[in-house]
Design a protein around this ligand. Structure first.
Ligand SMILES: NC(=O)c1ccc[n+]([C@@H]2O[C@H](COP(=O)([O-])OP(=O)(O)OC[C@H]3O[C@@H](n4cnc5c(N)ncnc54)[C@H](OP(=O)(O)O)[C@@H]3O)[C@@H](O)[C@H]2O)c1
Length: 240
């Protein structure tokens, strides 16, 4: 039987790295595989955590990646921890007049299209007759019902789109893999490069390892009946 492995996509990021280090402390994973577009120079030299590189927006590369993961084992857990909020020439909008096609395109590409394509290529690797988890990091600001402040238009909308794509994925997954759980997660406000310019205005900022620990606890407790949901790091459901 092939070993049961955990896969973290976006393993170079603040939350991705913390998820890998937490998963390495859990019994039961033959390997904790990191995935990203480039291997960080300080990635641990540990045979339990290989790092696979791929262009995560290229379906040919994703298909090859899926083959490489399958050769390592059967994924019992796949967490997609990629995401984008700001970059050179890209900052969250404060008002509708700042919205542009260019920023919307970039954020939708990284926050909605990329995790959807990764899920499309990696979901078929999940076991058919054992429990498994496919999760993507979303954000509470992607909740339409919870949006009372406005702003961050493209980021919010890209996460709302991600939530919808994962809901669709969950419905399909349930047909062939009834024991699988497929969800999106809000990690809290976490001290990472993504939140650095904004987190000081938040009252509670979590360390990445604390958020990762809480997210994994939530994932381990979810059941197939929860599949298709949107959950926060404190296990509460986030409204759509
Ligand atoms: N931090 C927070 O407070 C917070 C709050 C709510 C939700 N989230 C969500 O949590 C997730 C993880 O965020 P984080 O805080 O860990 O951010 P981060 O430290 O900036 O990490 C972002 C990750 O996304 C990857 N990435 C970005 N663009 C990519 C692309 N075009 N192709 C491939 N990989 C790409 C980065 O890879 P490279 O290293 O190659 O750039 C990195 O691994 C995101 O979805 C974010 O929206 C975070």
């Amino acid at each position: 039987m092939s070993p049961r492995i955990a896969v973290v996509v976006g393993a170079s990021g603040g939350l991705g790295r913390a998820l890998v280090s937490e998963l390495l402390t859990e019994p039961g994973w033959g390997l904790v595989v990191g995935v990203g577009r480039r291997k960080p120079s300080d990635w641990p030299d540990d045979p339990r955590t290989p790092f696979l590189t791929a262009d995560l927006l290229d379906e040919v590369a994703l298909s090859k990646l899926a083959g490489e993961i399958a050769a390592l084992g059967t994924p019992g857990l796949v967490i997609i921890a990629t995401g984008l909020l700001h970059a050179e020439g890209l900052k969250p909008e404060k008002a509708m007049r700042a919205v542009s096609a260019a920023s919307m395109t970039r954020l939708f590409e990284v926050n909605a299209i990329l995790p959807t394509l990764v899920a499309k290529h990696l979901a078929p690797l999940l076991p058919k007759d054992e429990p498994s988890v496919l999760a993507a990091l979303s954000a509470r600001v992607g909740s339409i019902g919870d949006n009372r402040l406005g702003g961050w238009h493209a980021y919010r909308a890209s996460k709302a789109a991600l939530n919808m794509m994962f809901r669709c994925q969950a419905i399909e997954l349930a047909r062939e893999r009834p024991l699988a759980v497929c969800v999106t997660l809000h990690p809290g406000t976490v001290a990472t490069p993504l939140s650095a310019p904004f987190a000081r205005s938040s009252s509670t900022v979590l360390e990445p390892v604390e958020s990762a620990r809480r997210l994994l606890k939530v994932l381990h407790r979810l059941e197939p009946a929860d599949s298709g949901g949107f959950f926060a790091y404190d296990a509460s459901r986030v409204s759509w």
